[in-house]
Ligand binder design. Sequence first.
Ligand SMILES: *[C@@H]1O[C@H](CO)[C@@H](O)[C@H](O)[C@H]1NC(C)=O
Ligand SMILES: *[C@@H]1O[C@H](CO)[C@@H](O)[C@H](O)[C@H]1NC(C)=O
Length: 235
Amino acid sequence: MKGALALVFSLFLLAESKYRGDHWSRANEISSHRPDKYASDPPDHKELIPMARYVLHNSDWASIATISVLPAITGFPFTNVKSIVDGSLANSTGVPYFYMSPLDFTARDLAQNSRVTVLVSLEESGYCLKKAWDPEDPRCTRLMLSGKMKRVKEGTPEYIFAKAALFERHPSMADFPPDHNWFVAKLKIVQIAMVDWFGGAKYIPVRDYLAYNYTGTEVLDRHNHLLRATTEVEA
Ligand SMILES: *[C@@H]1O[C@H](CO)[C@@H](O)[C@H](O)[C@H]1NC(C)=O
Ligand SMILES: *[C@@H]1O[C@H](CO)[C@@H](O)[C@H](O)[C@H]1NC(C)=O
């Protein structure tokens, strides 16, 4: 009996160390892809506005929840993935911008009801993995922005800025099928909820969040570093 228990225990240890091995090799892969020098750590968790803006600016994509119009689930919440920017690499605005096609789930739902909740997580930056924090760990900051989606009017300075920013961070958007009637949309934020530490949700005043002058250059630095690395490989 003792032998059997010892066997079970050593198998457990083996599995555990294999898991840790995989976990850490993935973490190393990510940190070598995003060298620490170019990936400044998030702000102190007590700095709610800088933290919220950091998490959004460092996120390339968001989960977006809408009220569905699909026949089998009309009125149910439905989520989708969207590539986002919150401004250009060099100029964060705190407003998420989207590139949408009316053919997609999200735009169809929005045509009936423009209310959404957008979620981004610090997990996307690789930081939680580096700290061995589970994605649901309250220290792995998540930001839930709720509000109404608005189409950005074509040809306006905001449209030109937002579309250039989307294409800068997501170069493959330039190759999206041209006949899908792409448009630029933005979130008019009504509520900002954030979990960034133990002790429950924080609610951040929208006006202060938008007024905050974000000066972090980590996303731009990382982008320039990757660009240099790619051109060196190609050269
Ligand atoms: C950053 O973007 C905002 C919003 O479009 C704009 O008002 C501002 O002039 C831009 N700043 C820079 C330095 O480009
Ligand atoms: C934001 O901060 C930078 C650096 O301190 C400064 O140059 C810039 O003028 C500020 N922008 C605004 C809108 O206050």
